[in-house]
Design a binder for this molecule. Structure first.
Ligand code: FAD
Length: 360
């Protein structure tokens, strides 16, 4: 019988498990992939709160531990025929594979029992605690933390009736150069709309990443744009390509029709729908909610009350951020309809509000 089972070895799971173990709880973590694993994500810590949190929770500045990693000077916004706009801001960037492996190893060093290549297929509520089912194994635990990302199986088991909107993102990694400033992350709006959009960022000296939503449909147009303006070689093939699913739960969280915890089971990070609106920055909120989940479990053990109550109460600053930023999505769409020239100024303002002013 474990005190806590954490499902998922991303930033939310690593933070939750690490803090549980430090609090003296017998903690096990299951990750379905073999570690270290790849993750489709730009790998930026943008908001200062996210950069500070990661350093505080994992006890070290990731830039000292992870190579290649770097600090960018900011974000550049591009749309065809419009002068690019710049957001100057110090941003940490690394491969998620490296960032997440560093985090999970810190959790293991703190006493977490870690299993990779271990996919949880089902959870069942027992009279006292839960049964966690994997294909060849079953364990029992008093508390569960579902940190299993956008397509969370824990969420599906806890809330079978919840309707979730999903969208996709793809990524292509090239071993080459492209005529863009390496010190910036570059966001492109190819059809003068908020979406589809894609970004280009540099990892190390010789790799660049092209990623975003709607890339498949617009692949030819995007490559031609990049070839014409930035010297992209149209014959170049990616070293690898992959993709992922994103879930969208802000409306449900704000209306209260979805509460990311039930009894002694808690959802964190993307499983809870906590990536912030507009910029979709989710590493910081995953780490933050992981810490809150561990604290809620400690409070539940001390008082005999359900972990859900403590957790939902402690989430209020993240919920306030979602509430502040969510209307910007509609505002952006309206601004863009006013004409092409307003696009980048509106995006700049919304991104500044999202990335630079975030606190939780
Ligand atoms: C294209 C793109 C770019 C992004 N860029 C950024 C960025 O630059 N900065 C930022 O802050 N955020 C970014 N995000 C958002 C960010 O990736 C997520 O918010 C963040 O990864 C959430 O962390 P998490 O720990 O909740 O989930 P994840 O990081 O998704 O981790 C979940 C883990 O659970 C595992 N898992 C899933 N199911 C099971 C199962 N059944 N059993 C066991 N394990 C399971 C998965 O393999 C995975 O390792 C981006 C997202 C996308 C799509």
């Amino acid at each position: 019988m474990y005190d806590v089972a954490v499902i998922g070895g991303g930033p939310g799971g690593a933070a939750a498990a690490k803090v549980c173990a430090i609090k003296g709880l017998k903690t096990i973590l299951f990750e379905r992939m073999k570690l270290p694993r790849r993750k489709v994500c730009t790998g930026m810590l943008v908001a200062k709160v996210a950069q500070d949190l990661v350093e505080k929770v994992f006890g070290e500045n990731p830039s000292k531990a992870i190579a290649p990693s770097q600090y960018l000077s900011g974000i550049m916004l591009h749309a065809p025929g419009i002068e690019p706009r710049k957001i100057k801001h110090k941003i940490f960037i690394a491969w998620r594979k490296d960032l997440d492996y560093w985090m999970i190893k810190k959790a293991e060093d703190s006493g977490v029992e870690l299993y990779d290549s271990a996919r949880v297929v089902k959870i069942e509520e027992l009279e006292y605690g839960f049964a966690i089912k994997l294909s060849e194994k079953e364990i029992k635990t008093r508390f569960i933390i579902g940190a299993d990302g956008a397509t969370s199986v824990v969420r599906k088991c806890l809330f079978p009736g919840l309707k979730v909107r999903y969208s996709g993102a793809t990524r292509e990694v090239y071993k080459s150069d492209i005529k863009l400033d390496h010190k910036y992350m570059h966001w492109f709006f190819p059809v003068h709309q908020i979406r589809p959009r894609f970004d280009i960022n540099f990892k190390g000296d010789d790799l660049f990443v092209l990623e975003g939503g709607g890339l498949n449909k617009l692949n030819k147009e995007i490559k031609q744009l990049l070839s014409k303006d930035y010297g992209f070689d149209l014959n170049l093939k990616p070293v690898w390509k992959d993709g992922c699913t994103m879930s969208h739960l802000h409306e449900e969280l704000l209306s209260g029709s979805f509460v990311p915890a039930k009894g002694d089971a808690i959802l964190v990070g993307d499983a809870a729908g906590l990536a912030l609106p507009v910029g979709y920055e989710g590493i910081g909120t995953a780490v933050h909610s992981g810490v809150l989940a561990a604290t809620a479990i400690e409070n539940a053990i001390e008082t005999g009350n359900r972990a859900e109550n403590f957790y939902v109460h402690s989430l209020k600053s993240v919920m306030a951020e979602i509430k502040r930023l969510n209307p910007l999505e509609d505002w952006l769409k309206n601004e863009v309809e006013k004409g092409d020239e307003t696009l980048l100024d509106a995006v700049k303002l919304a991104f500044e509000k999202s990335f630079l002013e975030s606190t939780y």
